[in-house]
Design a protein around this ligand. Sequence first.
Ligand SMILES: [Zn+2]
Length: 216
Amino acid sequence: MPGISHPSPEIFPLQAHPLPATLAQWQDPDSQGDYFSEVQTTPAGYLVWSNFPVKIYIEVPSPPTNTSVAWVNAASDAIEAWGAYLPLQTVDRPENADITIARRRPPPERSANGSFRARSALTRYEFYTRQGENNAEILAHRFEIAISPTQTGDYVRTAILHELGHAIGIWGHSPVETDALYFSQVRQPQGISVRDVNTLKRVYEQPTRLGWISNK
Ligand SMILES: [Zn+2]
């Protein structure tokens, strides 16, 4: 899960944003727990969105075929599913997107012995700055999700749901098979679990430099 750093994220204050209403309302009466301890922080803090709705662009494979229509439907379903917990919106133009989901072969992974291994999916982020009011600099991030065309059927649904979970802020993996962010791909499709949402809520309670105006 590689990321690119802004040259100096430390000029932006590290503080928590108010919870979006969807997460503020979230309650787990059964205390099913979370895997927040597995979520990584970054030089910018936690990968929290604060400008809602988060805009998502689905790169439509061309030419359109039955497979590509099914693929777009799977991506739309994943956006709708996570959208119950965080405000998300599909946009028509890639340049306006915070997150891009593409059906594209991800670059291969280099293993410790130097050989290359195909990946089924890759999610990457980068930091950039945008202009706020009075030309103030705001630290921002964007995500790109590449899902391999070799993924089909239930696998593609599970993969997009999982990768989108990373992009909305769960930058880590669950050790429990019934969570969408389980570290390994499972045959049986999993929806979003209570533990996934508990984890997401904890992430959004954390401090971040993203979405804040520079101290300088
Ligand atoms: Zn993952």
